[in-house]
Design a protein around this ligand. Structure first.
Ligand SMILES: Cc1cc2nc3c(=O)[nH]c(=O)nc-3n(C[C@H](O)[C@H](O)[C@H](O)COP(=O)(O)O)c2cc1C
Length: 401
């Protein structure tokens, strides 16, 4: 039986050339035994008639917000409560921007504001509209609110352009919606992850940093997202691609990382601090490049301690779980246990960075997971598998404990 059987799906159609494909989507939802209602914007009705959608769905199509008849039949709040999932396909650039702003001046935006159901959006627009920085900014806002974005696909467009912006094919949208109902172990959780090293400037061209590549944090971000979480990644300077559907902020220094974490943290269920934040920074940033002076064979560098981001967050006693990493070169377990208790963490992932084949910049790792109650070793394997096991452990022992 399809995962969509007996689910209530509100299919919203906006004004784009791909609106005709929404007719096929109604048919696919119906053959999956879902209950389907259709909402159409004014724009959508210029491209495909409500009569077609009514005939396919077997239901009256919802088009108006400020209408006595519409409110008397099934008003926007009832519609918002009725559905298990809202699918907007195609979603125009205009509707995407309304959703990002939180507007409520037509039936689609008002229903989306009023609904606590899952929101899945399949954007479709000209490639330049899609690439436009305002559309991309709107997209990021919407992703952060927890909506799922499906596509868009690349290829030839109705206007003759070639690029990203085509609506994902109806059968692929159906698959994505079905997957939504297969819940991951962190489904719906909001997770903030830090990754990579930080750079602490000495003068305008030199800095202190460390060997962290960010691979572990990025791999965790990917896995946490695969388990259904909404992921935000704050990264130090690394040379890695952002995992698909993960929001990323780039920072350089420990101070910048701390500010970004503190700005965002209130919103999250889980904070994974995988970044190798520099413990020290030069006491004074030299305004100009320090010159090689033949009379002066030594240059003294005085370092100050950076503040501990994870400890500062855990001291705020927010309603979130915290996971830290302890990269040690000696007394691995003792030092990790001390950090677990000093910073009052829910889990610490300890790894021995004295062994070059694991830890910093390598593709493999071996870690020990330590909570207040237990200790578990994950033997040397790829960072991808280590991430899967860490996330599995977090879901079972940290989030759902
Ligand atoms: C022929 C034609 C095709 C269009 N195709 C698209 C499209 O694919 N994607 C899009 O975002 N806007 C497209 N537009 C612009 C939208 O229809 C317009 O922004 C409209 O206000 C969207 O309203 P809505 O979001 O309320 O449906 C198109 C306009 C015309 C005239």
């Amino acid at each position: 039986m399809s995962k969509l059987a007996n689910k209530n799906i509100l299919l919203c159609v906006t004004g784009g050339i791909a609106a005709y494909k929404a007719a096929e989507l109604v048919r696919l939802f119906k053959t999956s035994n879902a209950f389907v209602k259709v909402l159409m914007t004014k724009g959508a009705q210029e491209f495909i008639t409500p009569l077609t959608m009514q005939a396919l769905s077997g239901e009256k199509v919802h088009t108006d917000l400020l209408s006595k008849e519409a409110e008397a039949a099934m008003g926007h709040i009832e519609l918002a409560k009725w559905c298990d999932v809202i699918v907007i396909a195609p979603c125009s650039a205009n509707s995407l921007s309304k959703l990002a702003e939180g507007r409520g001046d037509d039936l689609l935006s008002a229903v989306c504001l009023a609904s606590e159901s899952e929101l899945c959006i399949a954007p479709a627009m000209n490639q330049a509209m899609w690439k436009d920085s305002r559309t991309q900014k709107n997209l990021k806002k919407i992703l952060r609110s927890g909506a799922k974005i499906i596509g868009p696909a690349s290829g030839e467009q109705a206007c003759g352009d070639v690029g990203e912006g085509r609506m994902t094919e109806p059968k692929d949208i159906l698959n994505e919606i079905e997957n939504k109902f297969k819940k991951g172990s962190l489904s719906g959780k909001k997770v903030l992850i830090t990754a990579g090293p930080t750079q602490e400037m000495i003068d305008p061209v030199r800095y202190i940093s460390n060997k962290s590549s960010g691979k572990m944090g990025f791999s965790l971000a990917e896995e946490v997202k695969n388990q259904g979480a909404i992921v935000t990644l704050i990264s130090g300077p690394v040379n890695l691609n952002t995992p698909d559907k993960v929001e990323r902020f780039d920072v350089k220094s420990a101070k910048e990382m701390q500010s970004k974490v503190e700005e965002l943290i209130e919103d999250f269920d889980l904070f994974i601090s995988a970044a190798a934040v520099a413990d020290f920074k030069p006491k004074k940033l030299q305004e100009n490049k320090i010159k090689k002076d033949s009379n002066n064979k030594k240059v003294k560098l005085v370092l100050n301690k950076n503040s501990d981001i994870l400890k500062a967050i855990s001291e705020k006693k927010l309603n979130l779980k915290t996971v830290g990493f302890a990269a040690e070169t000696e007394n691995l377990i003792t030092n990790a246990k001390r950090k677990l208790s000093d910073k009052n963490l829910d889990l610490i992932v300890a790894n021995d960075v004295s062994d070059e084949s694991i830890g910093f910049d390598s593709d493999e790792n071996e870690v020990t997971l330590i909570t207040k109650k237990e200790k578990k070793i994950i033997k040397k394997t790829s960072k991808k598998i280590i991430s899967k096991k860490i996330v599995e452990f977090i879901a079972q022992k940290v989030i759902n404990d």
